[in-house]
Design a protein around this ligand. Sequence first.
Ligand code: HEM
Ligand code: HEM
Length: 149
Amino acid sequence: MTPYSFFLHLHSGLRYIVLLLVLVAIVRAWAGWLGKQPYSEGNRKLNLFALISVHTQLIVGLVLYFLSPLVQFNSETMKAHDTRYWTVEHLTGMLIAIILITIGYSKAKRAATPESKHKTVAVFFTIALVVVVAIILASGRGLVGGAGA
Ligand code: HEM
Ligand code: HEM
């Protein structure tokens, strides 16, 4: 197995952990916000694990960025969909989503009331998940599956 294939499979599989953790965190945050529930230790840990999963995906993605044959810097890069998507769009979109989750997590940490903690996570994580799903779909490989699946 080449390093490229190893990191592609790792990054491809981690996507499901990211999608699951962020989705469950969103559901619990909306329920906590609208249901006026306390911000429990379970809520805090779930949000932390979701944060760690996207930070891990960032590191693995960065490694993959230097290994992928689809990441290119030449005069043809922006003309072909695949090289443009993997060199520019995937990185930019996912970075925005990861930054939204990081900001949401740390704002929630500093928020004063359980309501504002839940609300912050609900809003930031929901927008981030929409971005992640849209960017994955834009790859043309589908939300499930892909070259490393
Ligand atoms: C390029 C790589 C990374 C960058 C740029 C990055 C960036 C950040 C930033 C800006 C925060 C601040 C959040 C706050 O305001 O509290 C943060 C928090 C955190 N990151 Fe990362 N991170 C990276 C990689 C990782 C990795 C690989 C892990 C673990 C596998 C990780 C785990 C965490 C944890 C656990 C926290 C916050 C814990 C807390 O405040 O309770 N990060 N990271
Ligand atoms: C939430 C964060 C991310 C998610 C959910 C995600 C998801 C994915 C998925 C689903 C694939 C396709 C895998 C396959 O075909 O089996 C992929 C490939 C890839 N991702 Fe990400 N990604 C994320 C962040 C990043 C970041 C931050 C970078 C770059 C710094 C990056 C770089 C790449 C590269 C280079 C490929 C491989 C293209 C190829 O050679 O086929 N990803 N990613």
